[in-house]
Write a protein that binds this ligand. Structure first.
Ligand SMILES: NC(=O)NCCC(=O)O
Length: 391
């Protein structure tokens, strides 16, 4: 346990009082019947239902033991249908800390991450993962907080080293891979973007999505590095289902989630890099709310650990300068989370709740069309304003 981090409930590894999730903390602290009730209220597990864990093959487990990363697998149930076969997909999410200090040569840092990820990706392949997603800007330290331009060197074209590295795994394991990178658009004057490259299960590049919303909060002033995305809300039809990527800060924008849904996404990935002090309480609410509101699966990833940078920077809030911007709360360990999901659940929830049918898009479209015009006036209807004098 560490008191140095200013929070006596945070262990040295950043976990919550020694637990790697709120769920485990509750499980260990509450009597079984109260834990069951807490689970029902928090994640809808009622009547003694538990989250089903999935048995993984021995080679995947050995990789996790030998290379010291966490490996867990669960499954979501959908009802069986009379007219459709189940559409089961195995999804893998990787979150990790960087491999080398940020003071090491850039090439070594990048190859260090490649090396660190290799056994984790192999474990995903050995487990039969169909679609794998990595964290935001996975091939570099999350240096955007520094606002120093030298970190732009990590930017790569869509078909650069990171993509080539992953294409090999995609082919070997017949796996779709979502690869969020800092992109250098060589055909457009070397412009930088925060981009997710979608690599198909044959190693082909299916397409890319560029992050739509740039954070300007705390130390996340990322506009120094890349532009607001210009790729809209693409949904990628892969061999295993229709997927989309809502990159990090985009998760605070319900309309961003909505439009991926309108374009037909069945799974939306949210690769992120964010720190506990800023956003941890919002995180599980936003992801689950997006899944509920849009009748699709949401798969969220954060980084792991604390990254220290060579030169101090300030947050523009009058507080002392510092060399890190806090703890990425992905987990206390590098890890691969696997989840089996039957995509039939998306339609089952649409049929049950009818959110698409009841949405009234036309009235929102009308409001938005008026709102974006300079002469927009909010629809506020005021009655006579009574105050004590007039009474
Ligand atoms: N990388 C990024 O967009 N971070 C923003 C912080 C947050 O949204 O929690």
């Amino acid at each position: 346990m560490a008191a140095e981090n200013g929070n006596a409930d945070l262990a040295d590894d950043g976990s919550v009082a020694g637990f790697d999730s709120l769920h485990r903390l509750l499980q260990s602290s509450l009597p079984p019947h109260l834990f069951q009730e807490a689970s029902r209220l928090l994640i809808g597990l009622n009547c003694g239902k538990t989250l089903d864990s999935v048995a993984l093959p021995a080679p995947a487990k050995s990789l996790s033991l030998n290379h010291d990363f966490d490996l867990q697998a669960f499954s979501f149930r959908a009802d069986s249908e009379s007219l459709r076969e189940p559409r089961c997909v195995r999804v893998g999410l990787i979150q990790n800390s960087i491999a080398l200090p940020t003071t090491e040569p850039f090439l070594d840092q990048k190859w260090g991450i490649f090396q660190k990820l290799t056994p984790i990706i192999e474990a995903a392949g050995a487990s039969g993962v169909n679609i794998l997603c990595l964290q935001e800007a996975w091939a570099m330290p999350f240096a955007f907080c520094t606002r120093e331009k030298k970190w732009c060197e990590f930017a790569e074209p869509i078909d650069g080293e990171s993509t080539k590295f992953l294409q090999e795994f995609a082919r070997r394991y017949n796996m779709v891979i979502v690869s969020p990178i800092l992109e250098r658009d060589v055909n457009h004057g070397e412009t930088l973007w925060n981009t997710a490259v979608i690599i198909g299960n044959n190693g082909n590049i299916i397409g890319k999505h560029r992050k739509n919303h740039i954070p300007r909060v705390g130390d996340f002033n990322e506009s120094t590095y890349y532009m607001e995305g210009n790729t809209g809300h693409p949904v990628f039809e892969t061999a295993y289902g229709k997927i989309a990527v809502n990159i990090c800060y985009g998760r605070h924008h319900p309309l961003n989630w909505l439009v991926f849904g309108l374009n037909g996404a069945e799974i939306v990935f949210n690769p992120s890099a964010t720190v506990g002090e800023l956003s941890e309480p919002m995180w599980p609410i936003e992801a689950r709310n997006a899944a509920i509101a849009n009748s699709y699966f949401v798969c969220s990833i954060n980084r792991v650990g604390t990254e220290h940078f060579p030169n101090p920077f300030t947050s523009g809030d009058g507080k002392p300068q510092h060399t890190d911007f806090g703890h990425f709360y992905g987990s206390s360990y590098d890890g691969l989370l696997i989840s089996d999901m039957d995509l039939n659940l998306c339609r089952q929830l649409k049929d049950k709740w009818g959110f698409r049918m009841t949405a009234r898009y036309e009235i929102y479209a009308d409001l938005f069309a008026r709102y974006v015009k300079p002469d927009f006036e909010p629809q506020v209807i005021s009655g006579p304003l009574l105050n004590k004098k007039t009474l």
